[in-house]
Write a protein that binds this ligand. Sequence first.
Ligand code: ADP
Length: 643
Amino acid sequence: MAQETFEFQAQARQLLNLVVNSIYSNKEIFLRELLSNASDALDKLRLEVLQHSELEADTSDLHITLERDAQARTLKVIDNGIGMNRQDLQDLIGTIARSGTAEFLQQATENKSQAQALIGQFGVGFYSVFMVAQRVVIETRKLGEKEAYRWESAGDGSYTIEEIPEHAQGTTITLYLKEADEENELADYTQEWVLRDLVKRYSDFISYPIRMLVTKRETEPAAEEGQEPKTVERQELETLNSMKALWARPESEVDPQEYKDFYKRIAYDWQDPMQTITLKGEGTFEFQALLFIPAKAPYDLYMPEQKRGVQLYVKRVFIMDDCQELVPSYLRFLRGVVDSSDLSLNVSREILQKDRQIRAINKSIVRKVLGVFKSLLKDKPEEYREFWAEYGKVLKEGLYNDSTQRERLLDLLLVASTKGAELTTLEDYVARMVEGQEDIYYITGENRSVLEKAPQMEAFRAKGVEVLLLSDPIDSLWVEMVPEFKGKKLKSILRSGLELGSESEKKAAEEKLDQESKDLASTLAWLGSALKEEVKEVKVTNRLTDSPACLVSSEHDPSPSMEKIMKAMGQAFPPVKRILEINPEHPLIKRLHQLQSQEGEKGELEDIARLLYDQALLAEGGELPDPSSFAARLSKVLGKALG
Ligand code: ADP
């Protein structure tokens, strides 16, 4: 069949453009990408053949070969893996199906200086060849098929595909290299030592041999006496990589740099990981895990399609990327590898969901990883704070969706408090509790500075009782699910029925409140009916020192911030009425009571009642349902005050 020309899909074209013109300094990663694709192709072949014994393919010598030609300035990467057919070449090489591509392209084009970091993180895969080559040819034949194809492109907008008479099963990729240019960090990729170096650095753990003809110099003893010994050069095929899976080697034998390099390869990161965690399961279920915490949260951490990033291997055979079943979603920032020796190679995602062993692995990963976090908190609190800044929000998700780990997650929690600018652990909070304090107090809302000044905070401030300031949206969710920490109840100061102090103080306060309720009975009743649309009850309180009134929720009602989140998530939520608590000591309340008790026109006082409610809502950072009538009412009352 004749040669056909195709256009790269629009996104692929954009990406290519970005790659070809990029200032990305790490051009050498192209080889890592090609070798990893070749290794994947060998994995796929091995898996296919294991699963479909009827397929005929020779898997006895799976390998990758590098062929270099300094004169022609070409480099070939050859594998005897699964190969590609015409459709694959179009679908896999000509298009990009990776999720997040649109976001990536947008971010990278908008912010050129960030593009480099983004290319590293996103991983441009095969297209990275166009950083070093002006023209690329792929020749390939797929497992079980007769036709072989040749694909060619110069990395501009198009590529060609044509059928070729023959090719061994597998793929040959030929790079027509650009001139070496040290200034632009373009090494000479036809040099033996350059390639040897790159393979060692990036691809040493690939489990198939990567072979290359290398020059060996040997000294031959002199043929005759009196003559100098001769140095001869011989070409010899050498395996460049050690092929040992890093996770299978004892930690003591691995150079920390090897872990870092491995991490960078699998996580497409250009930075070292924050932590490396190795784990081995023995006994009933055998597995090995090598996990990493990236230094910076992956850019797609909060996107619905975010990858879990842990790869599953079975007996060194790659099974799948992004194995969600291995780690819970609140640890989705982990990257790494789990290799299990007992699973079948045929596992599918459906099987994994029900698999007992996968659940056991998941559990031990969680236990181990949370343990690592705990030691970090204890031994290197500064580093832990950095970790928390990146991942704290995600970890908090575990507080409401994994009740089995709640205790351990609570130990790891860092939250803001009225104590100071630094975040605190619950344990430290408890250690600082004042004499007679039995509960842990918190306030939820949107913004720390508003929370600090909320009227509900007044009595706590007056008594020197510390309050946790929970201003992450997710805080309002988990805190409802966590009744206590180490025997201390967590109590929202936005709820009714809060009394501070010792038993005798509480009793005295109660008696005082009873008396005041009686004294103000008529005003309480009047306010209750004037505000019956807004609140469910009006009560006196001793929680205020400066403000005339505040709003609180009944003990079992959802908090306003929770209500807001549920609504934002599109959940139907019936409006929840709250309780208006008034401060009997406040001059405004005293005067209101006086006026209200007198005979006469009470209509005007209704405006004051509404303003009392509105200002309580504003003071805690709430939103007025009807700001314009609030403004009108305020002008009316101010006008009257000014005569
Ligand atoms: P990624 O490897 O991240 O999927 P690439 O751009 O590197 O993206 O490669 C795209 C796809 O092309 C691969 O997923 C694979 O299916 C196919 N491919 C690339 N190289 C080879 C190869 N040597 N043999 C078989 N298939 C390959």
